[in-house]
Ligand binder design. Structure first.
Ligand SMILES: [Ca+2]
Length: 259
């Protein structure tokens, strides 16, 4: 390197080092992304060393981020239906994965496309628990797969019932759960409440912890929360979206191509 080039580079290197130091200082001063209620999967994957975790291994290959700040429901439904339909050895060369865009075009009973758009629908973004159930039922019809769909609210029900649904789902490879909850109740993010939807990736009944495959992947990765905290986040009533809960989807068969 000649001397002139070295002299020219010195200020840039100095500025770059200052920028890196400043960025590190800002990051160190910012509050943590995860509050005390949430433990990222990247820091704790002990459960998967002994568990079958059938839902997790079917869902994870199709774990996509929401396409915008409001599309959590569409992303969650696409993940679950891809997991159900594509969990087989042979996939035809012409067979596409379900995308959020194609899913939104197929749903008619709920104005989902408008509700998850940046513009919203009648002053509202996002969907209620019942609208989530209807959107899942509509997706099953449009994909030609047979599934039983049920929405569960827990405001008058016990933690024991909530745990039993989580435990039964974890043991059954033919079903999946979507959770409608207030995200910031678990992550500690400011500015909420943020009603949110994501698939449940796993349930460790021994430690009473639930793995949330949060589709808000611009900001989060999968994280564990206690079942009691998740129940409280489901029961948090918001003015626009009401109470959350679980949408249970039991497929007649897993890994079968659409009829
Ligand atoms: Ca299951």
């Amino acid at each position: 390197m000649n001397l002139c080039l070295k002299r020219a580079l010195v200020p840039w290197i100095t500025l770059s080092l200052l920028f890196v130091a400043l960025s590190a200082a800002i990051a160190a001063d910012a509050p943590p992304k995860y509050g005390p209620k949430a433990t990222p999967l990247v820091n704790d994957h002990q459960y998967f060393r002994g568990a079958v975790a059938g839902d997790f291994w079917r869902l994870m290959p199709f774990y996509v981020p929401q396409s915008n700040d409001y599309a959590c429901s569409a992303a969650s439904i696409a993940i679950v239906f891809n997991a159900a339909i594509k969990s087989r050895a042979r996939i035809a060369e012409t067979e596409r994965n379900i995308t959020q865009d194609t899913l939104l075009k197929s749903i008619r009973n709920v104005p989902l496309r408008e509700l998850v758009s940046k513009e919203g629908f009648q002053g509202r973004h996002g969907i209620t628990l019942d609208e989530l159930r209807i959107a899942v039922e509509e997706t099953a019809r449009s994909q030609n797969v047979r599934a039983q769909v049920a929405a569960h609210r827990f405001q008058t029900r016990s933690l024991k019932e909530f745990q039993e649904i989580l435990r039964a789902n974890e043991e059954n490879p033919s079903d999946f759960l979507l959770v409608h909850f207030v995200q910031d109740d678990l992550t500690g993010a400011g500015g909420g409440p943020y009603a949110h939807v994501s698939p449940i990736g796993a349930y460790d009944s021994a430690t009473h912890r639930v793995l949330i495959l949060d589709v808000d992947r611009e900001w989060y990765s999968p994280y564990w929360v206690s079942d009691a905290d998740l129940l409280a986040a489901c029961n948090h009533v918001t003015k626009i979206w009401g109470a959350g809960g679980l949408v249970h989807i039991r497929f007649d068969s897993i890994g079968e191509p659409p009829r």
